[in-house]
Ligand binder design. Sequence first.
Ligand SMILES: Nc1ncnc2c1ncn2[C@@H]1O[C@H](COP(=O)(O)OP(=O)(O)OP(=O)(O)O)[C@@H](O)[C@H]1O
Length: 363
Amino acid sequence: MLEVALRHRYGRDGFALEAAFGVAEAGVTALFGPSGCGKSTILAAVAGLLRPDSGRVVLDGTVLLDTARGIALPPERRRCGVVFQDARLFPHLSVAGNLRYGQKRAPPGATGPGFEEVVALLGLAALLDRRPARLSGGERQRVALGRALLARPRLLLMDEPLAALDAGRRAEVLPFLARLRDAAGLPILYVTHALEEVDALADRLVLLQDGRVLAEGGVEALTARTDLPLAARRDAGTLLSCQVGGTDPGGLTRLDFAGGTLLSTARPEPVGTRLRLRIRARDVAVATEEPHGLSTRNILAAEITAISPGSGPQEVFLQLAIGPSKLLARVTQDSVSRLGLAPGKQVWALLKAVTFDHLGAAR
Ligand SMILES: Nc1ncnc2c1ncn2[C@@H]1O[C@H](COP(=O)(O)OP(=O)(O)OP(=O)(O)O)[C@@H](O)[C@H]1O
C-alpha cells in the first residue's frame, strides 16, 4: 500500500503540482498524462530525489516523507527500485557485475527473487559476461530491471522505461515487464504517455493533467468513461480481457470474454492464453436489426446504456453493455436520430475481425 500526497512548485511562478492518490496493491499503477503534467516530478518525490514543498508518502506503513513532521528519508533508505529511460548501468562492470551491485544493496533479511531467478525471469543468462556497451537498448533495460529487483525493493518506480527504445525494442521488452509484474508481487508505479504500455501492463491508472489528478481507478473502468481526456484520443476505446478459446473453421482466432466471443485475425496463441484487447470506439458500429449478408464477423447483441457527447460536434459515444462487459462506439449524431438510438435500446454491435491489433498479455 502506497499513499502519496504532494504539493510542489518550481520557482515562484513555475509549474505547480498538487496531487494525491493511493496504490492499493501489487501490480502496475500507471501515471498517465501529457508531457509536462508532472509525472516525473511525482516519481522523483516518491523516490526521494526531489524534496517537495510539502507532502506525505507512506509505503506499507513506513513514512518515507512527512514534511509536517520533518521526516524525509534519503533515497537509499526508501527501498524504492528506480528504472529510468536510460538504463544507467555501470559501463565498467559486466551484466553480472551490474546485477551483483543491485544484490549488494538488498537490506539483510529482505525477501525477493534471487540472482538465478531474476536472470531467468528477464532472459539474461546469455548476456552475463558482456559489458553494457555491447548490449542493445532493450537488453540494457532488462539488466536495469534486474538490478533494481535484486536490491529487493518494496516498490518499483519506472520512469518511461521504454521511451528511448524504437518500436521493435519496445515490443521485445514489454513481455519481460509483464513477467516481472506478475512474478515480483510488488507495487509498480509506472510513468508513461504511451497508451500501448498502459494497455499491456497497467492494472490501475492515475490520470494527470496540469499537475492535478483527474481520475484514478482500474484501467478497464477508466477507459470506459467518456468524460476524461482519454475519450478525445483517436484510439479511444475500452479494454476487454479475453481468453483464447481456439480457432474457428475459417481459421480465425476465437477470443472469449465475459459476455460473448469475438473472432479475430490476430496471430493464434495457445488456447487459454489471456489477452487484453483495446476495442477502439471508432471501430464499433451498431445496427437496430440483426444484419445479414455482411462481411463483418462479430455481430453481438448489446444494450445501449448511455449516450454522451463525442470529441467532435457531429459525434457521440454510445456506451454498450454486452453481458457484464462494456464497449464504446463512436457514431454520428445523425445515426442517433435516424435510428432512434437511446439508453435501454437493444442493438447489434458490429466489429470487424481485422480490427484488433493491440493485443497485450493480460493476467
Ligand atoms: N527542475 C525544474 N525546474 C523548473 N521547472 C521544472 C523542473 N523540472 C520540471 N519542471 C517543469 O515541471 C513540469 C512537470 O515536469 P515533469 O517532468 O514532472 O512532467 P512529465 O509529466 O514527467 O513530462 P514528460 O512526459 O515530458 O516527461 C513541466 O512543465 C516542466 O517543465
